[in-house]
Design a protein around this ligand. Structure first.
Ligand SMILES: N[C@@H](CCC(=O)N[C@@H](CS(=O)(=O)O)C(=O)NCC(=O)O)C(=O)O
Length: 210
């Protein structure tokens, strides 16, 4: 089955998908876009007009990153990247909720800063969510190399992608100084080939969006 992934250079959500496909050795075509520009093709495949979108050459487009990862694990089960028991799988998914939520808050913060009259209160609210998530991740990582059973998997893909995104998109946020264990954890993940092949970087947005 041929796969195409609609992605964007800074996208932490798309990076999760790129990392999982790479860790499973699944070949795919990377279609890099700016989802905020009128040139994007996302609306042709996702009624919510968001990337990532995974497009199999047979069947329906798959969208929403956490669902795309489940779809990949179901169709390409080896090597397993979801924990072996339901309880541990649910725990890994809860870590993904925290990681994705940090990115959601960070994205809202990023665009709020570009408004003609940014709301201080709204920025403070989003920053609290980001910082709260960071503290929670630090607690879950502890002194381990990986979060669930100290085995690389879904939780690390999600947490690692979120940390990599904050590092690029919010260089002023010194989470690595505040949480040395997260600095160590993130560096360990970024050394993996799947992470090295998908390092995020800013995109140029042409259209006015906020
Ligand atoms: N919950 C979604 C979030 C995806 C998302 O917000 N994607 C952004 C691009 S990026 O933030 O990942 O770079 C997008 O397409 N935004 C366009 C839009 O929201 O209209 C997921 O996990 O896939």
């Amino acid at each position: 089955m041929a796969l195409t992934l609609i992605s964007a250079t800074p996208s932490p959500y798309a990076r999760k998908v790129r990392i999982m496909l790479a860790e499973k050795g699944v070949q795919f075509t990377l279609q890099t876009e700016v989802p905020w520009d009128s040139t994007t093709k996302t609306k042709d495949y996702n009624p919510l007009e968001k990337l990532p979108v995974l497009i199999p050459d047979k069947g329906q487009p798959v969208f929403e990153s956490h669902f795309i990862l489940e779809w990949i694990e179901a169709h390409y089960p080896e090597p397993r990247l979801y924990p072996p028991t339901k309880e541990k799988e649910l725990f890994a998914k809860q870590i993904q909720v925290i990681a994705d939520g940090m990115c959601d808050a960070g994205v809202l913060l990023f665009f709020e800063k570009q408004r003609e009259q940014p709301s201080y209160e709204w920025q403070a609210r989003q920053r609290r969510k980001l910082e709260g998530g960071m503290k929670a991740l630090s607690g879950y990582v502890g002194d381990n190399e990986f979060i669930v059973d100290n085995t690389f998997g879904l939780a690390d893909i999600a947490a690692g992608s979120a940390l990599g995104w904050v590092k690029v998109r919010m260089p002023e946020y010194d989470w690595q100084g505040e949480y040395p264990n997260l600095k160590r954890y993130s560096a360990g993940l970024e050394a993996r080939k799947s992470f090295q092949e998908s390092v995020p970087y800013p995109q140029k947005i042409s259209d006015k969006i906020v």
